[in-house]
Write a protein that binds this ligand. Structure first.
Ligand SMILES: Cc1cc2nc3c(=O)[nH]c(=O)nc-3n(C[C@H](O)[C@H](O)[C@H](O)COP(=O)(O)OP(=O)(O)OC[C@H]3O[C@@H](n4cnc5c(N)ncnc54)[C@H](O)[C@@H]3O)c2cc1C
Length: 386
């Protein structure tokens, strides 16, 4: 039988934020979990497969990580903060937003953290809970028809698993999404005429929260990651999707930052080595309709990838992992658990993706104040329980 109370074996594809948190939550509920991860080695490489150097863990991320008992580790290794400072196109302060402290008044509202550090924390906890992570493998085929109540998953190294649950946590370009027939990849990906830049820099002493600078053409900012490090972000508007040679990255980012007054310009001098600079297209994805078929489901960016402007994709990914385990624990069958999971998550995730796209539009129209207001109202919405 496919009952959650019967066979409790799962294959999760992808050891990113969504896959690792789902694996930990399921393993703690007694599931036997194996992760198939395409990168060759451990968390440092897995983290580098995603974009940029660091992440801002907003209140909902910290709240979900706290439920897993991991928020304090993230705060200890990252940089806790509670304010976003907005600066206008003339370099003048345009307001300071104090974010709600969702994990209690004594702990910060959010944290900046280096991606490899976050992945290391999540990875260690998954392994501690008995999750097996297999590197250098992906999923080659999925068959739900022939195997009764189990899913037959064929991996790229030829091994076959017959499991009660298949979870696609394989990111915005998900293969599992296609194998389950949920939306057509790559047609599901939308490019929004922006390229985002990230550069790892030393943390200036004044950067004790997130700083965001409106520019005449682009937007930029700074997020502390630790006492010593921060990352610079810049969003370039109205550009074609293109790849620049690595040697051009740092000089070009410095040039773009040069257009900002005040502290915006000051951070230009922090961008040094080209190896620390990445540039990526702003892409979003949203599965239209159900994210599940039979005993398979997609979660995290594979189901709903927002533009990075709300800094909340990881929050949705961690919440997905928690809610998935909770709903499977509440229902007799995997199919019913997955339907309940998708029912609970669709509206929140769709709202976030659509709001992030609206923010992109406002930035491109240079309507920064409206963009800030939309970001703030969406943060308040996200503060509601998942
Ligand atoms: C520039 C940028 C900045 C961002 N900043 C923030 C931020 O500050 N805060 C925030 O909350 N969110 C941010 N996000 C969003 C956040 O990074 C994602 O929402 C989050 O990483 C999604 O997690 P995931 O596990 O679903 O996917 P991913 O992190 O993409 O992980 C997918 C995993 O699956 C693996 N994989 C892929 N394909 C396969 C396959 N076929 N087989 C096996 N394994 C596979 C990958 O190697 C990876 O390990 C940002 C995104 C971008 C692009």
């Amino acid at each position: 039988m496919d009952s959650c109370r019967g066979v409790r074996t799962a294959v999760i594809v992808g050891a990113g934020v969504a896959g690792l948190t789902a694996a930990t939550a399921l393993a703690r509920d007694g599931w036997q979990v194996e992760i198939a991860e395409t990168t060759a080695t451990g968390p440092a490489e897995t983290a580098s497969g995603t974009s940029g150097w660091g992440l801002c863990l907003t209140g909902p991320s910290l709240r979900a990580l706290d439920e897993l008992g991991l928020a304090d580790a993230c705060l200890a290794e990252g940089y806790g903060m509670s304010t976003i400072t907005h600066v206008d196109v003339d370099g003048e302060p345009a307001g300071e937003v104090r974010l709600p402290r969702l994990i209690g008044a004594r702990r910060p509202a959010m944290a900046g953290i280096a991606r490899p550090v976050l992945h290391g924390i999540l990875y260690a906890e998954a392994e501690r809970c008995g999750v097996v992570v297999r590197h250098g493998v992906t999923v080659a085929a999925v068959d739900q028809e022939q195997e009764g109540e189990l899913v037959r998953v064929q991996l790229s190294d030829g091994t076959v698993r017959k499991v009660a649950l298949l979870v696609g946590a394989d990111g915005i370009r998900s293969s599992v999404r296609g194998l389950l027939g949920l939306g057509t990849s790559p047609g599901i990906l939308d490019f929004h005429g922006q390229m985002v830049w990230r550069a790892l820099v030393p943390r200036p002493r004044w950067a004790t929260g997130v700083h965001q600078f409106a520019g005449k053409a682009d937007t930029a900012g700074l997020v502390p990651l630790s006492d010593r490090q921060a990352y610079v972000f810049l969003t370039e508007n109205g550009v074609e999707r293109s790849v620049l040679p690595d040697t051009e990255l740092a000089p070009r980012l410095r040039q773009l930052l040069g257009a900002f007054p005040g502290r915006g310009k000051e951070i230009r001098s922090l961008v040094s080595a080209s190896e620390s600079v990445v540039r990526r297209p702003v892409l979003t994805a949203l599965v239209d309709g159900a994210w599940n078929r039979g005993n398979g489901v997609v979660i995290g960016d594979a189901a709903h990838a927002p533009a990075p402007h709300m800094a909340s994709g990881a929050a949705l990914a961690v919440e997905d992992g928690l809610v998935l385990a909770r709903e499977l624990g509440r229902h007799e069958s995997v199919g019913a658990g997955l339907r309940a999971f998708v029912g609970r998550r669709t509206r929140r995730c769709r709202t976030l993706v659509e709001t992030s796209v609206a923010i992109v539009g406002l930035e491109q129209a240079q309507r920064h104040n409206e963009a800030y207001a939309l970001v703030d109202s969406c943060h308040r919405l996200m503060a509601e329980p998942a």
